[in-house]
Write a protein that binds this ligand. Structure first.
Ligand code: DHE
Length: 565
């Protein structure tokens, strides 16, 4: 991943985000013909679009975190004009510039990743009507299923001597692998081949199985009990995916898994120990505004511990589904209206409430999973991006859950409700933003731990190299104290590079004493994980290895298993 800069020069500040908002009104004039592409060009553009654009703009280009990219606004009018009844059309040149240099509205620049030919090609491509990719049926899903080590041939007890609780499953994004790193010794125990541009890992309730989802929809099941942990089953759940979780309610431990797909928009329920598909459910339907959406993608999924339920967040419709897995044949789902563009989120400290960012709506939705109802819809600054968020007891406001922002220079603290009588005095604050801590835009993840006094936030999407390579730490006992800025790239001791190596995703060790930060360089750069002592904020260890290419998310077994954040 190379440097991505938000454009700040006046020239491109004149391409305001608002410009995109007006697209979509009906055309009075017939649109100009689409630029033609050869079959090879189209194939090349399609690949680039899938790898670089679809995550934010959607396969059908209807827009979500990124703007709508349908051709009806992107083509110039036949007479070459760009303006019609208030609807601005963008021609080839304008589009090339936007793709190359980004916009103030948050679109990142691609001039450092795509060649001039590719920029030209992508501008042409998005002036053409998007192809609708194929569907993916239950049969297709079943046909993709592979059991590599049958359950009967797997160990009946842990066969290695590792402290599995403190193992980390680390995403090696661009090689499509995860590294299993021993948290005690910091040794890489295994590097396991998984899906393309692998995204996240989640743990089974017992902590034995790691589920890894790739962006290509390949789900890999790793058995940590094997002498050398390895993939024991695989399933392709769709063509484009981001999320997975497992059944955690008492009596259903390790029994089921669920994975959500961006394309086709659906989720798959399967057996937890073999990945045998049991049910595929489409998420197509109405948005909270009452419009039909053909591509409502499955964003985050979390597993409840108080009911046999998964919370499944549907991005484009803004519908939050509580999927009851106690009877899969007769599946019961509660559909909760919230706000459009649901993305990522996490539990409050009591694990009764789930808080999820509706990122492009600048809101956080709160679901009361005990009652199966929306508890609140909270306005925040631009583009909240919590990861799983972070819970702590605020000295003035009691229990709070925190989210950072991609598009604003704050970390937002929201007061959370609690059944604990000692927190009753904070009730009047519940589900309100009680504080905004000054940070910088471009934050992706925040983190703390119940045993820690510190609160960590990264800023990997910030356009300033020095900020993207650093993290900040607050003392939670006194948030008015200046935060400490830690330059992770410098601390890594690796030779300086011209390109930004992003400091991303703080993750705690199982005992809450260490914080691991990825230093995410390009595919040919040397990357590292820098491990800090959480009490002193001093570097404890730099984990680097030629095989550790593009490390991003890190999932500590114990913390992920128990949703500790
Ligand atoms: Fe993620 C979580 C989607 C880009 C690292 N990311 C999530 C979740 C979603 C999501 C829906 C919540 C999953 C869950 O909890 O079930 N991510 C997307 C995108 O659509 C997006 C914006 C663009 C894309 O094309 O994929 C995107 N994500 C990224 C990255 O570029 C990151 C920084 C690096 C990488 O490895 O890809 C990245 N996303 C992560 C991580 C989490 C995540 C580390 C889990 C956070 C956690 O602590 O649980």
């Amino acid at each position: 991943m190379k440097t991505r800069k938000l454009v700040s020069s006046l020239k491109y500040a004149l391409l305001p985000a608002a410009l995109f908002g007006a697209f979509g009104s009906a055309l009075a004039q017939a649109p100009a013909a689409s630029p033609t592409l050869t079959a090879d060009e189209k194939a090349q553009a399609k690949k680039i679009y899938f790898e670089r654009c679809a995550g934010c703009h959607g396969v059908l280009r209807k827009g979500a975190t990124g703007k709508n990219l349908e051709p009806h606004w992107s083509k110039k009018l036949p007479d070459g004009s760009t303006q019609e009844g208030g609807t601005l059309k963008l021609g080839q040149n304008r589009l090339e510039k936007i793709i190359a240099y980004g916009t103030e509205g948050g679109m990142v620049n691609f001039d450092d990743i795509l060649s001039k030919q590719e920029l030209e090609l992508m501008a042409k491509y998005i002036m053409n009507t998007p192809d609708v990719p194929p569907e993916y049926s239950f049969k297709d899903t079943m046909d993709s299923w592979k059991v590599i080590v049958p359950v009967k041939d797997r160990p009946t007890k842990q066969m290695n001597k590792y402290n599995l609780k403190n193992m980390f499953s680390v995403t090696l994004r661009d090689t499509g692998e995860v590294a299993l790193i021993d948290g005690d010794t910091k040794d890489i125990r295994s590097i396991v081949k998984t899906g393309y541009a692998v995204h996240i890992s989640r743990l089974s309730k017992s902590g034995r199985y790691v589920y890894v989802i790739g962006r290509d929809g390949r789900l890999s099941l790793i058995d940590l009990w094997m002498e050398k942990p390895a993939v024991v089953a695989e399933l392709k759940i769709g063509f484009d995916a981001r999320s997975v979780d497992t059944s955690k309610f008492k009596g259903f431990e390790d029994k089921y898994a669920i994975a959500g797909s961006y394309w086709p928009p659906q989720y798959v329920i399967m057996d937890g120990d073999t990945l045998k598909p049991l049910k595929v459910v489409s998420t197509r339907g109405m948005t909270v505004d009452g419009e039909y959406h053909p591509e409502p993608r499955v964003a985050s999924i979390v597993s409840s511990e108080i009911k046999p339920e998964w919370v499944v967040n549907i991005k484009e419709t803004g519908q939050i589904l509580l999927v009851d897995y106690s009877d899969i044949k007769n599946l019961k789902t509660t559909t909760i209206e919230s706000a459009k563009f649901l993305h990522d989120g996490g539990w409050d400290a009591s694990k009764r409430y789930f808080l999820v960012a509706a990122n492009a709506s600048n809101k956080v939705a709160v679901v009361d999973t005990k009652l199966g109802k929306l508890a609140a819809l909270i306005d925040t600054k631009k583009l909240p991006h919590p990861g799983r968020g972070a819970n702590f007891v605020h000295p003035q406001f009691g229990p709070v859950w925190a989210t950072g922002h991609l598009g604003a220079d704050v970390v937002t603290l929201i007061s959370t409700a609690s059944d604990n009588p000692k927190f009753a005095k904070y009730k009047s604050h519940n589900w309100k933003v009680v504080q905004e801590m000054k940070h910088v835009p471009g934050n992706l993840f925040v983190k703390t731990h119940p045993k820690s006094k510190h609160f960590w936030a990264d800023a990997p999407q910030n356009p300033e190299k020095v900020l993207a390579e650093s993290v900040v730490v607050w003392d939670m006992a006194d948030l008015s104290k200046p935060k400490k800025v830690i330059n992770v790239a410098k601390d890594s001791g690796l030779p300086e590079t011209k390109a930004t190596r992003r400091a991303v995703h703080p993750e705690y060790s199982a005992d809450g004493k260490e914080v691991w930060i990825s230093l995410w360089g390009g595919k040919t750069d040397q990357s590292a994980i820098v491990v800090y002592d959480d009490a002193t904020l001093a570097v404890k260890k730099v984990i680097t290895d030629p095989k550790m290419i593009t490390p991003t998310g890190k999932f500590n077994v114990y913390n992920t298993q128990h949703d500790i954040y």
